[in-house]
Design a protein around this ligand. Sequence first.
Ligand code: AMP
Length: 188
Amino acid sequence: MNIVLLGCPGAGKGTQAAVLCEKYGLAHISTGELFRSEIASKSPLGLKVEGFVNKGNLVPDEVVVEIVAGKLESLESGWLLDGFPRTLRQAEELDRYLATSGKRIDFVLLLSVSEEVVIKRLAGRGREDDSDATVRKRLMVFRDLTQPLAAYYRGHGLLQEFDGAPSEDQVSSALTVFLEESAAKSGS
Ligand code: AMP
């Protein structure tokens, strides 16, 4: 099973990604986590992306696409992409890559939450890029560049939207019920 998890900053992608990956044995590919660890270790990639990440801007598409393609290349098992794609161009490049490697996305799960809830959640998180101004910037970037992906994947018949506002457990059980019902349908 190959999954793309979409949602604005603070929608709960990281938490839900961890639950689903554990439950279904998927490889968790989080571009945000990857960048944070490269920045912390001051690697050449970390130095290259630090300015973008800390200001709440997106890392250039070509940098991210190359990294994700490299990760997917080495995987035999199913995977879950958390925080990628984030632009239409990334989504198109991902589709091109998957087509050439004979793989596909099975589900795109969108976690929807209001900006009010997000601002409250992120205020308590304390990550380097969670300051007020950066959160606002990241939400703006999401609205302008990432939100259009919902329509893209809806058009491909892959999108399923979930309310991300309830508790973590409630959201995970909604996701799990959906995935299990879909698996049961496709198996019958
Ligand atoms: P996240 O942990 O997913 O919220 O990502 C944190 C930051 O990493 C984002 O605000 C971006 O600066 C950068 N980033 C993560 N994923 C991507 C992506 N797919 N494209 C561009 N930048 C990204």
